[in-house]
Design a protein around this ligand. Sequence first.
Ligand code: NAG
Ligand code: NAG
Ligand code: NAG
Ligand code: NAG
Ligand code: NAG
Ligand code: NAG
Length: 602
Amino acid sequence: MLSSCVILWGLLLSTAAALVAPQPPSEEVHGLERRQTCNTATNRQCWTTSPAFNINTDYEASWPTTGVTRSYTFTLTELNTWTGGDGRTKTKAMLVNGVFPGPTITANWGDRINITIINQLQTNGTSIHYHGLRQFNTNIMDGAGGVTECPIAPTKSKTHSFIATQYGTAWYHSHFSGQYGNGVLGPIVINGPASANYDIDLGPLAISDWYLGSINQLAARVMGTSNPFIPGFPGSPPNSDNVLFNGKNINPAGAGGSYQKFTLTSGKKHLVRIINTSVHNAFTLSMVGHSFQIIATDLVPITPVTVNSLFVGVGQRYDVIINANQAVGNYWFNASFSAGPCGISNNARPAMIFQYSGAPNTNPTTPGTAPTDARCQDAMNYVPIVAKSAPTSSYSPSTGTTLNTKLSIDNTIARVFWPVNGVPMKVNWNNPTLEYVKNGNVGSMPANENVISVPTANVWTFWLIQNNSSIPHPVHLHGHDILILGGSPALATPQIPGNVMRPYNHAVDGPNLRTTNPPRRDTTMLPAWGWLLVAYKTSNPGAWLFHCHIAWHVSQGFSVQFLEQLSAIPTTMNLNELTANCNNWDAYYPANAPFLQDDSGI
Ligand SMILES: *[C@@H]1O[C@H](CO)[C@@H](O)[C@H](O)[C@H]1NC(C)=O
Ligand SMILES: *[C@@H]1O[C@H](CO)[C@@H](O)[C@H](O)[C@H]1NC(C)=O
Ligand SMILES: *[C@@H]1O[C@H](CO)[C@@H](O)[C@H](O)[C@H]1NC(C)=O
Ligand SMILES: *[C@@H]1O[C@H](CO)[C@@H](O)[C@H](O)[C@H]1NC(C)=O
Ligand SMILES: *[C@@H]1O[C@H](CO)[C@@H](O)[C@H](O)[C@H]1NC(C)=O
Ligand SMILES: CC(=O)N[C@H]1CO[C@H](CO)[C@@H](O)[C@@H]1O
């Protein structure tokens, strides 16, 4: 269903000859007709002319009003055993509508999206978060369990409804106790303009690490101290068993499974929407004989930049254009692991195939060369199309908020944590943060909820994030794009625990900060032993999370939350909408739940 053929429906007329996709439902064709005036294969920067929406529109300021609603129903099920797309049996699969990855949410820029979530999991609550979507004035639809809502109890359902104010590639995933590692995730595609022309939209390519064991059992071992996966290193993660491309790959251990294939049309330019939906593994992508023209980082369109390889951290997205300008044939598309500690798989050479239309059904023969090691760092040369700049002189370590993280072991209870500023977060499912806001008692929130600041409206906020660990962390902010003003350099050699990180030093690093239109996105890499300085402007009232997107680490507490424009929250959204779902949850948890919260809860 997510295979090679999701075509931007607006292309139906202009590229009828190249059309290989199933016809989209007529309702959605109708929805596209309402806006489709100028977005063609030779003018992708345009979206509509009257009113004018295009690649230069600041989507934080305005977006189209389409009057169209896209409705989805997601039923979550739990299977004690399930045969995955590599032909092998996984224990405890949790699936959306019975498939992995879950169905793609598709909409046009400016549409309303309604999603009804039905929880048919055996014992777990759930909540679905729409990663990267700004949720402007709709924080209550952010789907962060214990923060913006109570989890949805088993047998119960809940509907989220919000406007797609941005466009591009995102994804949804469960925000309940690392549950997405069992399979609760899927792509989001919001059709809109693009900063470079392409002929065919091949749709999302979700690349996921895949674990045959129950993620809950693996996480218990990652959190405990007695039996770490790497002897002597408490907190160390397991190797993934495989890496799946839109849910498919061969079985690296033997027979079974098959390669994912995308079809290329010779002479055409193809848009591929790459999403790293991993729990832990980060990869560097490359394709034999072809380069990638990057046109968006997360949901932010950028000046196109062409690369031969691309590092993608967990939660990150890249929209890339692949030009089918080579001989008709089959080409490997490879995910390579960095030498640094950003994950490893029992499949040493994860790959899929790009097959030119007309090529034989055989595997590629040219192996290609592995890309230069990106050391799990983001490139910093991405220039957003809509320029945003942070004030040059406003940051100093004393005016910003410093978030320090390091691995921490509590020997009395034999648990490993990732506290931020000494506190491993733990939310209260029965009393989500917005409930405290509704009741006017945020002052009494427990310290372990890790509420770090209460910025007012339209204030530049700076965070210095320091990482006293050998592991790079993909850090994600809900509800905002962050400006990445600076970071420590990639380290040339692997570091070992006990090495002292290079501290941020304002006198040395300050002049090098990039405040004029720096890279901007919603998920970025905190370098190993390093630091990162990010900024955002408060403009979106709500209770928002900032966390590491390695599922084990967020379960182990690597998260903070902050209340933005506190007094505007109750007037911007209807907090009474919390009540019915929380009543269902309170009736279930803890009295009727067989398992209790044993992690951060998010
Ligand atoms: C979408 O959800 C909103 C809010 O619950 C509701 O008012 C609206 O009727 C829904 N639209 C559709 C088409 O179901
Ligand atoms: C969630 O479900 C998994 C798999 O059944 C189980 O191991 C875990 O304990 C459950 N957690 C909660 C909090 O219900
Ligand atoms: C996904 O991100 C993780 C962690 O940042 C990284 O180890 C992995 O290689 C990425 N995967 C891909 C396919 O880019
Ligand atoms: C790409 O993947 C294929 C299949 O696993 C492998 O044979 C080839 O060596 C890989 N190439 C690179 C550069 O990793
Ligand atoms: C980093 O953590 C280690 C281990 O806890 C500690 O010995 C060291 O002093 C810390 N370094 C810094 C710069 O905080
Ligand atoms: C939690 C932690 O260890 N944080 C440290 C990170 O590094 C900075 C800069 O050296 C220290 O000041 C923090 O104590």
